[in-house]
Design a protein around this ligand. Structure first.
Ligand code: PMP
Length: 463
Protein backbone atom coordinates (compact mmCIF):
# COMPACT_ATOMS: atom_id res chain seq x y z
CA UNK A 1 0.00 0.00 0.00
CA UNK A 2 1.19 3.55 -0.54
CA UNK A 3 0.92 4.49 3.14
CA UNK A 4 -1.51 7.35 2.57
CA UNK A 5 -3.57 6.02 5.44
CA UNK A 6 -2.07 5.86 8.88
CA UNK A 7 -3.50 3.73 11.65
CA UNK A 8 -5.54 6.57 13.17
CA UNK A 9 -7.15 7.45 9.88
CA UNK A 10 -8.03 3.83 9.32
CA UNK A 11 -9.65 3.34 12.69
CA UNK A 12 -11.73 6.46 12.01
CA UNK A 13 -12.82 4.99 8.69
CA UNK A 14 -13.72 1.70 10.32
CA UNK A 15 -15.81 3.48 12.95
CA UNK A 16 -17.57 5.63 10.33
CA UNK A 17 -18.28 2.51 8.32
CA UNK A 18 -19.57 0.65 11.35
CA UNK A 19 -21.79 3.58 12.31
CA UNK A 20 -23.20 4.50 8.91
CA UNK A 21 -22.71 1.95 6.17
CA UNK A 22 -25.43 -0.51 5.33
CA UNK A 23 -23.33 -3.14 3.54
CA UNK A 24 -24.69 -5.04 0.55
CA UNK A 25 -25.64 -8.68 1.07
CA UNK A 26 -24.59 -8.62 4.73
CA UNK A 27 -25.93 -9.49 8.12
CA UNK A 28 -24.84 -6.67 10.42
CA UNK A 29 -24.96 -8.30 13.82
CA UNK A 30 -21.43 -9.73 13.41
CA UNK A 31 -20.07 -6.19 12.89
CA UNK A 32 -20.84 -5.46 16.53
CA UNK A 33 -17.91 -7.66 17.46
CA UNK A 34 -15.78 -7.83 14.30
CA UNK A 35 -14.51 -5.04 12.09
CA UNK A 36 -16.11 -4.59 8.69
CA UNK A 37 -13.60 -5.30 5.94
CA UNK A 38 -12.50 -2.25 4.02
CA UNK A 39 -10.55 -2.63 0.82
CA UNK A 40 -8.09 0.22 0.55
CA UNK A 41 -6.08 -0.38 -2.58
CA UNK A 42 -5.73 -2.63 -5.60
CA UNK A 43 -3.09 -3.40 -8.22
CA UNK A 44 -3.31 -6.03 -10.93
CA UNK A 45 -4.84 -9.15 -9.35
CA UNK A 46 -4.29 -8.01 -5.77
CA UNK A 47 -6.08 -5.90 -3.19
CA UNK A 48 -5.05 -4.73 0.28
CA UNK A 49 -7.40 -4.33 3.22
CA UNK A 50 -7.36 -1.85 6.09
CA UNK A 51 -4.90 -3.97 8.04
CA UNK A 52 -2.48 -3.93 5.13
CA UNK A 53 -3.18 -7.61 4.42
CA UNK A 54 -2.65 -8.60 0.79
CA UNK A 55 -5.30 -10.69 -0.98
CA UNK A 56 -5.22 -12.39 -4.36
CA UNK A 57 -8.64 -11.59 -5.80
CA UNK A 58 -10.13 -14.62 -7.56
CA UNK A 59 -13.55 -12.99 -8.01
CA UNK A 60 -12.67 -9.69 -9.72
CA UNK A 61 -13.97 -7.31 -7.09
CA UNK A 62 -16.41 -9.70 -5.42
CA UNK A 63 -18.94 -9.95 -8.22
CA UNK A 64 -17.12 -10.70 -11.49
CA UNK A 65 -16.45 -7.10 -12.48
CA UNK A 66 -12.81 -5.97 -12.60
CA UNK A 67 -11.97 -7.81 -15.82
CA UNK A 68 -8.76 -5.90 -16.64
CA UNK A 69 -7.49 -5.83 -13.05
CA UNK A 70 -6.88 -3.00 -10.60
CA UNK A 71 -4.84 0.20 -10.85
CA UNK A 72 -5.12 0.86 -14.58
CA UNK A 73 -3.79 4.38 -14.89
CA UNK A 74 -4.68 4.71 -18.54
CA UNK A 75 -8.36 4.22 -17.73
CA UNK A 76 -8.14 6.71 -14.87
CA UNK A 77 -6.41 9.23 -17.16
CA UNK A 78 -8.96 8.80 -19.95
CA UNK A 79 -11.79 9.32 -17.46
CA UNK A 80 -10.08 12.37 -15.98
CA UNK A 81 -9.51 13.93 -19.40
CA UNK A 82 -13.12 13.35 -20.33
CA UNK A 83 -14.52 14.66 -17.06
CA UNK A 84 -12.71 17.98 -17.28
CA UNK A 85 -13.92 18.35 -20.87
CA UNK A 86 -17.53 17.31 -20.32
CA UNK A 87 -18.74 15.17 -17.45
CA UNK A 88 -22.37 14.87 -18.29
CA UNK A 89 -25.25 15.71 -20.50
CA UNK A 90 -28.41 13.64 -20.76
CA UNK A 91 -31.76 13.51 -22.50
CA UNK A 92 -31.65 13.21 -26.26
CA UNK A 93 -28.09 14.54 -26.72
CA UNK A 94 -25.17 12.24 -27.47
CA UNK A 95 -21.52 12.50 -26.44
CA UNK A 96 -18.16 11.88 -28.09
CA UNK A 97 -17.13 8.88 -25.93
CA UNK A 98 -20.69 7.53 -26.10
CA UNK A 99 -20.65 7.44 -29.90
CA UNK A 100 -17.06 6.20 -30.14
CA UNK A 101 -17.54 3.37 -27.67
CA UNK A 102 -20.81 2.33 -29.34
CA UNK A 103 -18.97 2.05 -32.67
CA UNK A 104 -16.18 -0.08 -31.16
CA UNK A 105 -18.65 -2.27 -29.30
CA UNK A 106 -20.84 -2.92 -32.32
CA UNK A 107 -17.75 -4.08 -34.25
CA UNK A 108 -17.58 -6.94 -31.74
CA UNK A 109 -21.25 -7.84 -32.07
CA UNK A 110 -22.13 -8.71 -35.69
CA UNK A 111 -25.87 -8.51 -36.35
CA UNK A 112 -26.46 -5.89 -33.65
CA UNK A 113 -26.42 -2.18 -34.23
CA UNK A 114 -27.84 0.08 -31.47
CA UNK A 115 -26.50 0.90 -28.02
CA UNK A 116 -28.71 2.27 -25.25
CA UNK A 117 -26.76 3.52 -22.20
CA UNK A 118 -27.78 3.22 -18.58
CA UNK A 119 -26.00 2.47 -15.33
CA UNK A 120 -26.62 -1.01 -13.96
CA UNK A 121 -27.33 -4.52 -15.15
CA UNK A 122 -30.76 -4.47 -13.53
CA UNK A 123 -31.62 -1.27 -15.30
CA UNK A 124 -30.44 -2.55 -18.68
CA UNK A 125 -32.61 -5.64 -18.26
CA UNK A 126 -35.61 -3.59 -17.19
CA UNK A 127 -35.24 -1.54 -20.33
CA UNK A 128 -35.21 -4.66 -22.47
CA UNK A 129 -38.42 -5.80 -20.74
CA UNK A 130 -39.94 -2.39 -21.40
CA UNK A 131 -39.04 -2.68 -25.07
CA UNK A 132 -40.85 -6.02 -25.27
CA UNK A 133 -43.91 -4.46 -23.68
CA UNK A 134 -43.89 -1.36 -25.84
CA UNK A 135 -43.58 -3.50 -28.97
CA UNK A 136 -46.50 -5.60 -27.71
CA UNK A 137 -48.64 -2.49 -27.30
CA UNK A 138 -47.64 -1.08 -30.62
CA UNK A 139 -47.97 -4.21 -32.71
CA UNK A 140 -50.06 -6.76 -30.88
CA UNK A 141 -52.69 -4.81 -28.94
CA UNK A 142 -50.69 -5.34 -25.73
CA UNK A 143 -51.02 -9.11 -25.96
CA UNK A 144 -47.53 -10.38 -26.80
CA UNK A 145 -45.99 -8.88 -23.68
CA UNK A 146 -44.84 -11.82 -21.55
CA UNK A 147 -41.17 -12.44 -20.91
CA UNK A 148 -39.90 -15.94 -20.20
CA UNK A 149 -36.97 -16.38 -17.84
CA UNK A 150 -35.18 -19.46 -16.57
CA UNK A 151 -35.01 -21.15 -13.21
CA UNK A 152 -31.60 -20.35 -11.58
CA UNK A 153 -30.89 -17.29 -13.79
CA UNK A 154 -30.71 -13.81 -12.28
CA UNK A 155 -31.39 -10.52 -14.02
CA UNK A 156 -31.20 -7.92 -11.30
CA UNK A 157 -32.33 -6.53 -8.04
CA UNK A 158 -35.27 -4.25 -8.89
CA UNK A 159 -38.75 -5.68 -8.45
CA UNK A 160 -39.43 -6.36 -12.14
CA UNK A 161 -35.94 -7.77 -12.67
CA UNK A 162 -36.53 -9.98 -9.63
CA UNK A 163 -39.87 -10.95 -11.17
CA UNK A 164 -37.71 -12.39 -13.95
CA UNK A 165 -35.44 -13.97 -11.35
CA UNK A 166 -35.08 -17.72 -11.20
CA UNK A 167 -33.23 -17.79 -7.87
CA UNK A 168 -35.68 -18.27 -5.07
CA UNK A 169 -33.12 -17.36 -2.44
CA UNK A 170 -33.02 -13.81 -3.79
CA UNK A 171 -36.76 -13.56 -4.41
CA UNK A 172 -37.88 -14.76 -0.99
CA UNK A 173 -39.64 -11.93 0.87
CA UNK A 174 -39.94 -9.51 -2.07
CA UNK A 175 -43.26 -10.52 -3.59
CA UNK A 176 -45.75 -9.68 -4.89
CA UNK A 177 -43.97 -9.62 -8.22
CA UNK A 178 -44.68 -7.87 -11.50
CA UNK A 179 -47.08 -9.89 -13.66
CA UNK A 180 -46.11 -11.04 -17.13
CA UNK A 181 -42.94 -12.98 -16.28
CA UNK A 182 -43.04 -16.75 -16.71
CA UNK A 183 -40.46 -19.28 -15.56
CA UNK A 184 -38.94 -22.06 -17.69
CA UNK A 185 -36.86 -24.96 -16.30
CA UNK A 186 -33.09 -24.75 -15.81
CA UNK A 187 -30.57 -26.54 -18.03
CA UNK A 188 -28.05 -27.76 -15.45
CA UNK A 189 -27.30 -31.28 -16.68
CA UNK A 190 -25.61 -32.23 -13.40
CA UNK A 191 -28.99 -31.80 -11.71
CA UNK A 192 -31.11 -33.17 -14.56
CA UNK A 193 -31.96 -36.21 -12.41
CA UNK A 194 -34.07 -33.88 -10.25
CA UNK A 195 -36.17 -32.84 -13.26
CA UNK A 196 -39.15 -34.99 -14.11
CA UNK A 197 -38.85 -36.66 -17.50
CA UNK A 198 -35.28 -35.55 -18.22
CA UNK A 199 -33.56 -38.04 -20.54
CA UNK A 200 -30.04 -39.51 -20.21
CA UNK A 201 -29.26 -38.59 -23.82
CA UNK A 202 -29.74 -35.29 -25.66
CA UNK A 203 -30.49 -33.47 -22.45
CA UNK A 204 -29.74 -30.07 -24.07
CA UNK A 205 -32.46 -30.47 -26.68
CA UNK A 206 -34.90 -31.72 -24.05
CA UNK A 207 -34.13 -28.74 -21.78
CA UNK A 208 -34.76 -26.32 -24.65
CA UNK A 209 -37.95 -28.17 -25.56
CA UNK A 210 -39.24 -27.40 -22.07
CA UNK A 211 -39.21 -23.74 -23.10
CA UNK A 212 -41.42 -24.54 -26.06
CA UNK A 213 -43.81 -26.37 -23.76
CA UNK A 214 -44.17 -23.26 -21.61
CA UNK A 215 -44.72 -21.10 -24.70
CA UNK A 216 -47.48 -23.42 -25.89
CA UNK A 217 -49.10 -23.49 -22.46
CA UNK A 218 -49.05 -19.68 -22.20
CA UNK A 219 -50.06 -19.17 -25.84
CA UNK A 220 -47.37 -18.09 -28.33
CA UNK A 221 -49.33 -14.91 -29.08
CA UNK A 222 -48.78 -13.78 -25.47
CA UNK A 223 -44.99 -14.33 -25.32
CA UNK A 224 -42.81 -11.48 -26.60
CA UNK A 225 -39.37 -12.17 -25.12
CA UNK A 226 -37.07 -14.85 -23.76
CA UNK A 227 -34.33 -13.66 -21.41
CA UNK A 228 -31.42 -16.01 -20.65
CA UNK A 229 -27.87 -15.85 -19.32
CA UNK A 230 -25.39 -17.44 -21.77
CA UNK A 231 -23.59 -19.13 -18.87
CA UNK A 232 -25.64 -18.79 -15.71
CA UNK A 233 -23.60 -16.97 -13.08
CA UNK A 234 -25.07 -16.65 -9.58
CA UNK A 235 -27.30 -19.69 -10.16
CA UNK A 236 -24.24 -21.94 -9.88
CA UNK A 237 -21.99 -21.26 -12.92
CA UNK A 238 -24.07 -23.31 -15.34
CA UNK A 239 -22.61 -24.01 -18.76
CA UNK A 240 -25.39 -24.91 -21.18
CA UNK A 241 -25.57 -28.51 -22.41
CA UNK A 242 -24.83 -29.45 -26.04
CA UNK A 243 -27.66 -28.77 -28.45
CA UNK A 244 -29.39 -26.33 -26.13
CA UNK A 245 -28.76 -23.02 -27.81
CA UNK A 246 -29.44 -24.16 -31.36
CA UNK A 247 -32.87 -25.35 -30.29
CA UNK A 248 -33.54 -22.18 -28.26
CA UNK A 249 -32.82 -20.09 -31.33
CA UNK A 250 -35.15 -22.21 -33.46
CA UNK A 251 -37.94 -21.84 -30.91
CA UNK A 252 -37.56 -18.06 -30.82
CA UNK A 253 -37.76 -17.88 -34.61
CA UNK A 254 -40.72 -20.23 -34.75
CA UNK A 255 -42.85 -18.16 -32.36
CA UNK A 256 -41.48 -14.71 -33.21
CA UNK A 257 -40.04 -14.21 -29.74
CA UNK A 258 -37.23 -11.72 -29.12
CA UNK A 259 -34.12 -13.42 -27.76
CA UNK A 260 -32.59 -11.31 -24.99
CA UNK A 261 -29.20 -12.49 -23.74
CA UNK A 262 -28.12 -11.17 -20.34
CA UNK A 263 -24.35 -10.72 -20.62
CA UNK A 264 -24.04 -8.71 -17.42
CA UNK A 265 -21.45 -11.21 -16.14
CA UNK A 266 -20.18 -12.93 -19.30
CA UNK A 267 -19.93 -9.78 -21.39
CA UNK A 268 -16.64 -8.24 -22.50
CA UNK A 269 -14.28 -11.13 -22.32
CA UNK A 270 -15.09 -13.13 -19.19
CA UNK A 271 -15.56 -16.44 -21.03
CA UNK A 272 -12.78 -15.95 -23.62
CA UNK A 273 -14.95 -14.47 -26.36
CA UNK A 274 -16.22 -10.89 -26.36
CA UNK A 275 -19.65 -12.19 -25.38
CA UNK A 276 -20.74 -15.51 -23.95
CA UNK A 277 -23.40 -16.10 -26.60
CA UNK A 278 -20.67 -16.05 -29.26
CA UNK A 279 -19.56 -19.54 -28.19
CA UNK A 280 -22.88 -20.94 -29.32
CA UNK A 281 -23.40 -19.51 -32.80
CA UNK A 282 -26.67 -17.79 -31.93
CA UNK A 283 -27.94 -14.37 -32.94
CA UNK A 284 -29.75 -12.51 -30.17
CA UNK A 285 -32.09 -9.57 -30.73
CA UNK A 286 -31.12 -7.82 -27.50
CA UNK A 287 -28.01 -8.06 -25.33
CA UNK A 288 -27.54 -6.46 -21.93
CA UNK A 289 -24.15 -5.93 -20.27
CA UNK A 290 -22.70 -4.09 -17.31
CA UNK A 291 -19.93 -5.37 -15.03
CA UNK A 292 -17.03 -5.89 -17.41
CA UNK A 293 -17.94 -3.04 -19.76
CA UNK A 294 -15.63 -0.69 -17.88
CA UNK A 295 -14.27 -3.21 -15.34
CA UNK A 296 -15.75 -1.16 -12.50
CA UNK A 297 -13.73 1.98 -13.29
CA UNK A 298 -17.04 3.73 -13.93
CA UNK A 299 -20.68 2.72 -13.63
CA UNK A 300 -21.93 1.90 -17.11
CA UNK A 301 -24.38 -0.58 -18.57
CA UNK A 302 -25.67 -1.03 -22.10
CA UNK A 303 -28.62 -2.55 -23.83
CA UNK A 304 -27.64 -3.42 -27.39
CA UNK A 305 -30.29 -4.31 -29.97
CA UNK A 306 -30.46 -5.25 -33.59
CA UNK A 307 -31.97 -3.00 -36.24
CA UNK A 308 -35.19 -5.05 -36.27
CA UNK A 309 -35.95 -4.03 -32.68
CA UNK A 310 -34.81 -0.44 -33.25
CA UNK A 311 -36.92 -0.10 -36.38
CA UNK A 312 -40.07 -0.99 -34.47
CA UNK A 313 -39.64 2.28 -32.59
CA UNK A 314 -38.99 4.53 -35.50
CA UNK A 315 -41.17 3.51 -38.41
CA UNK A 316 -43.94 6.07 -37.88
CA UNK A 317 -42.74 9.56 -36.95
CA UNK A 318 -46.27 10.97 -37.17
CA UNK A 319 -47.21 9.02 -34.03
CA UNK A 320 -46.09 11.14 -31.04
CA UNK A 321 -45.67 8.02 -28.90
CA UNK A 322 -43.58 6.18 -31.43
CA UNK A 323 -40.25 6.22 -29.65
CA UNK A 324 -38.81 4.38 -26.67
CA UNK A 325 -40.34 6.35 -23.82
CA UNK A 326 -37.47 5.84 -21.45
CA UNK A 327 -34.51 7.68 -20.00
CA UNK A 328 -31.64 6.97 -17.64
CA UNK A 329 -30.28 10.02 -15.81
CA UNK A 330 -26.83 8.54 -15.40
CA UNK A 331 -26.90 7.11 -18.91
CA UNK A 332 -25.65 10.62 -19.70
CA UNK A 333 -22.40 10.29 -17.70
CA UNK A 334 -19.44 10.38 -20.04
CA UNK A 335 -17.03 8.70 -17.60
CA UNK A 336 -18.64 5.32 -18.43
CA UNK A 337 -17.98 5.19 -22.16
CA UNK A 338 -14.60 6.92 -21.74
CA UNK A 339 -13.54 4.15 -19.33
CA UNK A 340 -15.16 1.48 -21.51
CA UNK A 341 -13.16 2.57 -24.57
CA UNK A 342 -9.86 2.16 -22.71
CA UNK A 343 -11.02 -1.10 -21.17
CA UNK A 344 -11.73 -2.49 -24.64
CA UNK A 345 -8.36 -1.33 -25.97
CA UNK A 346 -6.55 -2.97 -23.06
CA UNK A 347 -8.29 -6.29 -23.74
CA UNK A 348 -7.30 -6.08 -27.40
CA UNK A 349 -3.75 -4.84 -26.98
CA UNK A 350 -2.87 -7.30 -24.21
CA UNK A 351 -4.53 -10.27 -25.93
CA UNK A 352 -6.74 -10.89 -22.90
CA UNK A 353 -9.34 -12.98 -24.73
CA UNK A 354 -6.65 -15.53 -25.63
CA UNK A 355 -5.25 -15.37 -22.13
CA UNK A 356 -8.71 -16.03 -20.74
CA UNK A 357 -9.17 -19.08 -22.94
CA UNK A 358 -5.74 -20.45 -22.12
CA UNK A 359 -5.75 -19.77 -18.38
CA UNK A 360 -9.41 -20.76 -18.11
CA UNK A 361 -8.62 -24.20 -19.56
CA UNK A 362 -5.66 -24.49 -17.18
CA UNK A 363 -7.81 -23.54 -14.19
CA UNK A 364 -10.53 -26.00 -15.19
CA UNK A 365 -7.83 -28.69 -15.24
CA UNK A 366 -6.38 -27.65 -11.88
CA UNK A 367 -9.77 -27.55 -10.17
CA UNK A 368 -10.73 -30.81 -11.88
CA UNK A 369 -7.47 -32.31 -10.56
CA UNK A 370 -8.60 -31.55 -7.01
CA UNK A 371 -11.52 -33.94 -7.50
CA UNK A 372 -9.24 -36.99 -7.05
CA UNK A 373 -8.31 -35.88 -3.58
CA UNK A 374 -11.52 -34.16 -2.50
CA UNK A 375 -14.59 -36.33 -2.94
CA UNK A 376 -16.66 -33.40 -1.74
CA UNK A 377 -16.31 -31.81 -5.20
CA UNK A 378 -19.16 -33.16 -7.30
CA UNK A 379 -18.50 -31.27 -10.50
CA UNK A 380 -16.23 -28.57 -11.86
CA UNK A 381 -17.63 -26.52 -14.74
CA UNK A 382 -17.30 -23.20 -16.51
CA UNK A 383 -16.06 -21.33 -19.53
CA UNK A 384 -12.96 -19.14 -19.78
CA UNK A 385 -12.11 -17.53 -16.46
CA UNK A 386 -15.56 -18.12 -15.10
CA UNK A 387 -15.62 -21.35 -13.14
CA UNK A 388 -17.52 -23.15 -10.42
CA UNK A 389 -16.98 -26.22 -8.25
CA UNK A 390 -20.17 -27.72 -6.89
CA UNK A 391 -19.75 -29.32 -3.46
CA UNK A 392 -21.87 -32.36 -2.62
CA UNK A 393 -22.08 -34.62 0.43
CA UNK A 394 -22.12 -37.69 -1.75
CA UNK A 395 -21.26 -38.07 -5.43
CA UNK A 396 -24.04 -40.61 -5.98
CA UNK A 397 -26.93 -38.72 -4.40
CA UNK A 398 -25.42 -35.31 -5.30
CA UNK A 399 -26.90 -33.91 -2.11
CA UNK A 400 -25.57 -30.35 -1.76
CA UNK A 401 -23.24 -29.73 1.19
CA UNK A 402 -24.54 -27.51 3.94
CA UNK A 403 -23.99 -23.91 2.86
CA UNK A 404 -22.14 -23.17 6.11
CA UNK A 405 -19.42 -25.61 5.09
CA UNK A 406 -19.05 -24.02 1.68
CA UNK A 407 -18.82 -20.65 3.44
CA UNK A 408 -16.14 -22.10 5.71
CA UNK A 409 -14.06 -22.92 2.62
CA UNK A 410 -14.40 -19.32 1.45
CA UNK A 411 -13.42 -18.05 4.92
CA UNK A 412 -10.40 -20.37 5.05
CA UNK A 413 -9.23 -19.10 1.65
CA UNK A 414 -9.69 -15.55 2.91
CA UNK A 415 -7.44 -16.38 5.87
CA UNK A 416 -4.86 -17.54 3.37
CA UNK A 417 -5.16 -14.26 1.46
CA UNK A 418 -7.20 -15.58 -1.48
CA UNK A 419 -10.69 -14.24 -2.15
CA UNK A 420 -13.10 -16.73 -3.73
CA UNK A 421 -16.91 -16.81 -3.76
CA UNK A 422 -19.77 -19.19 -3.20
CA UNK A 423 -23.04 -19.25 -5.07
CA UNK A 424 -26.03 -21.23 -6.29
CA UNK A 425 -28.87 -19.04 -4.97
CA UNK A 426 -31.52 -21.48 -6.12
CA UNK A 427 -32.86 -21.97 -2.61
CA UNK A 428 -32.11 -20.36 0.76
CA UNK A 429 -29.32 -22.28 2.53
CA UNK A 430 -28.25 -24.12 -0.62
CA UNK A 431 -25.25 -22.10 -1.74
CA UNK A 432 -22.88 -24.95 -2.44
CA UNK A 433 -20.90 -23.90 -5.50
CA UNK A 434 -17.49 -22.32 -5.06
CA UNK A 435 -16.99 -19.75 -7.76
CA UNK A 436 -13.95 -18.25 -9.40
CA UNK A 437 -13.61 -15.36 -11.81
CA UNK A 438 -10.10 -13.93 -11.61
CA UNK A 439 -9.26 -10.94 -13.78
CA UNK A 440 -8.54 -11.75 -17.42
CA UNK A 441 -4.86 -10.96 -16.79
CA UNK A 442 -4.46 -14.01 -14.50
CA UNK A 443 -1.23 -15.97 -14.94
CA UNK A 444 -0.54 -19.66 -14.31
CA UNK A 445 1.12 -18.70 -11.03
CA UNK A 446 -2.02 -16.87 -9.92
CA UNK A 447 -4.13 -19.88 -10.77
CA UNK A 448 -1.78 -22.27 -8.97
CA UNK A 449 -1.95 -19.99 -5.96
CA UNK A 450 -5.79 -19.97 -6.02
CA UNK A 451 -6.05 -23.75 -6.47
CA UNK A 452 -3.50 -24.41 -3.70
CA UNK A 453 -5.57 -22.25 -1.35
CA UNK A 454 -8.74 -24.15 -2.26
CA UNK A 455 -6.94 -27.48 -1.80
CA UNK A 456 -5.79 -26.47 1.69
CA UNK A 457 -9.19 -25.08 2.63
CA UNK A 458 -11.02 -28.24 1.51
CA UNK A 459 -8.62 -30.39 3.52
CA UNK A 460 -9.14 -28.33 6.65
CA UNK A 461 -12.92 -28.02 6.35
CA UNK A 462 -13.72 -31.56 5.20
CA UNK A 463 -10.69 -33.48 6.48
N1 PMP B 1 -27.72 -9.97 -14.61
C1 PMP B 1 -26.82 -10.83 -14.11
C2 PMP B 1 -26.55 -12.10 -14.85
C3 PMP B 1 -26.14 -10.54 -12.92
O1 PMP B 1 -25.26 -11.43 -12.40
C4 PMP B 1 -26.40 -9.30 -12.28
C5 PMP B 1 -25.65 -8.88 -11.02
N2 PMP B 1 -24.97 -9.81 -10.33
C6 PMP B 1 -27.36 -8.45 -12.82
C7 PMP B 1 -28.00 -8.80 -13.99
C8 PMP B 1 -27.71 -7.15 -12.15
O2 PMP B 1 -26.70 -6.22 -12.33
P1 PMP B 1 -26.60 -4.95 -11.36
O3 PMP B 1 -26.19 -5.44 -10.01
O4 PMP B 1 -25.56 -4.10 -12.05
O5 PMP B 1 -27.91 -4.28 -11.35
Amino acid sequence: MDGNFNENDISRVVEADRAHIWHHLSQHKPYETTDPRIIVEGKGMKVWDQKGKEHLDAVSGGVWTVNVGYGRERIANAVRDQLVKLNYFAGSAGSIPGAMFAERLIEKMPGLSRVYYCNSGSEANEKAFKMVRQIAHKRYGGKKHKVLYRERDYHGTTISALSAGGQDERNAQYGPFTPGFVRVPHCLEYRAFEQEGAPQENYGVWAADQIEKVILAEGPDTVGGLCLEPVTAGGGVITPPDGYWERVQEICHKYDILLHIDEVVCGVGRTGTWFGYQHYGIQPDMVTMAKGVASGYAAIACLVTNEKVFDMFKDDASDPLNYFRDISTFGGCTAGPAAALENLSIIEEEGLLDNTTEQGAYMLDCLGGLMDKHKIIGQVRGKGLFLGAELVEDRDTRKPVDERLAQAVVADCMQQGVIIGVTNRSLPGKNNTLCFSPALIASKDDIDHICDAVDGALSRVFG
